[in-house]
Design a protein. Structure first.
Ligand SMILES: Nc1nc2c(ncn2[C@@H]2O[C@H](COP(=O)(O)OP(=O)(O)OP(=O)(O)O)[C@@H](O)[C@H]2O)c(=O)[nH]1
Ligand SMILES: [Mg+2]
Length: 476
């Protein structure tokens, strides 16, 4: 018992103390040296994180397209430059490579990125107000942290036992055909009295295959998040477990107990460090949402996107999660921007409707939420605009189209279809036989346009300057 107390009591205390020291030194450097904003960028797979960061940084380095950033419009940003990041063990966000992919001679989309990375951009700013004339320029560092939204879903595991997590998942998997091979194997393996590594590996493999399929179907309950994005943990015991049906008196050396141990190890060694070392230090957050793909895919995808958003947002409502609260020490994310990405697929006349759908998707989560005083905003953006607008007459009607280059090199003006005026027609289940974005959206796979940028110009975008203003404007 004593061992138990010291393990949990002192362990937590020690974590707490080191976190406090770290927090204090963060704000010390902010007070006496140069202030830092840590900007988290997240979203589910393919939401547009890499393109967003690349274009944001490129447009902050060359600001001719950033009129919506007030400090830029007022001429107060004297210079911006990339600097070595402070966290020496985090991979650097590969800005140069991604930018070369997007804006090089044969423009293409960057590769999928499956881990956390960081980049520091620094500003030299002319001060405003009374001191403006007296003091010299000041410096502000922007540390951008890119991390997969799937990692936030793991927060739900922290206060859950292996037995509860398993029971929950298995119940939901029951109705999903994709889960059948795994469920069969899991039931057959129940009550295995002696642990065998090969059995554990087989179950983990089948479970991962199910998760992969579930993600392709757009389902968002895909925990543990790291199974799909293993990085250098691939094949290690912390990623070699799977849910099993509850067992009353599971033998100590049996399969069930070992699975339980690995689940607990995953929480302690994988999930917890992410939340304490990275998540807890974020000041401002962008959550990118590919609402267009979900709307096009249909009611189930929209429904699931809504639930995924809700699960992600749980991390930004620390009041509701005792485990998270203990690491934050009252520190909170100050601003959260929700952005519907890839808005260049739609004519601008549709953007307000897209934002309305995003708002409605978030409503169930945000309305009940206390974001602990964080300011939130939502908007529709395109980090890299690949299209131009064009109105075409078709059967006597003027259609609002977008023109761009398709992946096969052909150029086309396409009509994606309209979004409804009332967003709840999308978010509360479609009417029978109803489809949205059912026009040419299907074939709208644009490639980045070939650019000839003038000096001082970043890549073309939609509302990236307004996103930047919301996220940083008050500190510039
Ligand atoms: N038209 C258009 N397509 C975009 C835009 N941003 C992203 N995309 C598309 O979305 C895909 C995914 O974008 P990424 O930035 O790689 O997304 P991610 O969230 O980093 O994806 P992972 O690294 O796989 O998690 C791209 O390959 C493009 O096809 C945009 O602004 N406009
Ligand atoms: Mg990426």
């Amino acid at each position: 018992m004593t061992a138990g107390i010291s393990r949990f009591g002192i362990g937590t205390l020690a974590d707490g103390v080191s976190r406090q020291v770290e927090a204090a030194s963060d704000s010390l450097s902010a007070a006496f040296f140069e202030p830092v904003i840590r900007l988290g960028v997240t979203g589910m797979a393919r939401a547009g994180k890499t393109v967003f960061i690349t274009s944001l940084v490129a447009n902050l380095l060359n600001r001719a397209r950033m009129a919506g950033l007030v400090a830029e419009a007022e001429g107060r940003i004297l210079a911006t430059f990339l600097q070595p990041q402070p966290d020496v063990t985090l991979p650097r966000f590969d800005f140069e490579d991604h930018l070369a992919a997007l804006t090089g001679p044969a423009p293409h989309w960057p590769e999928s990125t499956r881990s956390i990375s960081e980049l520091r951009l620094s500003f030299r700013i002319r001060p405003t107000g009374l001191l403006g004339g007296v003091s010299g320029p000041r410096t502000l560092h922007l540390d951008i942290v890119d991390y997969p939204g799937e990692w936030l879903l793991d927060l739900g595991l922290m206060e859950r036992s292996y037995a509860d997590w398993s029971a929950d998942l298995l119940a939901r998997m029951d109705s999903r055909p994709a889960a059948r091979p795994f469920l069969q194997a899991a039931r057959a393996a129940a009550h295995t009295a002696s642990f065998e590594e090969a059995k554990a590996q087989e179950l983990a493999r089948l479970y991962t295959a199910y998760l992969t399929e579930a993600r392709t179907l757009g389902l968002s309950d895909v925990t543990p998040g790291r199974f799909l994005l293993p990085g250098d943990l691939a094949g290690s015991p912390v990623l070699t477990f799977a849910p099993l049906p509850p067992e009353d008196r599971a033998p100590r050396r049996g399969l069930w107990r070992e699975m339980e141990r690995r689940y607990e190890a995953y929480k302690a060694r994988v999930v917890k460090p992410f939340f304490t070392e990275h998540f807890a230090r974020i000041d401002r957050q962008v959550v990118l949402v590919d609402a267009l793909s979900a709307i096009h895919a249909g009611p189930e995808a929209v429904d699931d996107l809504g639930r995924g958003m809700e699960a992600i947002l749980a991390a930004f409502r620390p009041g509701r999660n005792a485990w998270l609260t203990q690491f934050l020490f009252g520190k909170r994310v100050e601003k959260i921007l929700f952005a519907a990405t890839k808005a260049d697929h739609l004519h601008h006349s549709q953007h307000d409707r897209l934002t309305a759908v995003l708002d409605e998707l978030l409503a169930s989560a945000t309305r009940r939420a206390d974001f602990a005083g964080a300011r939130t905003a939502s908007m529709s953006i395109a980090a890299l605009r690949c299209t131009v607008e064009e109105s075409l007459r078709h059967e006597g009607r003027l259609l609002d189209c977008v023109r761009g280059q398709l992946e096969d090199g052909r150029e086309a003006a396409l009509y994606p279809g309209e979004l409804p005026e009332d967003p709840t027609r999308i978010t509360r289940g479609f009417a029978a036989g109803e489809r949205w974005l059912d026009g040419d959206y299907q074939i709208m796979k644009f490639r980045p346009a070939q650019l000839s940028l003038r000096p001082g110009e970043g890549p073309p975008h939609i509302r990236l300057d307004r996103a930047a203003q919301f996220l940083l404007g008050d500190r510039l």
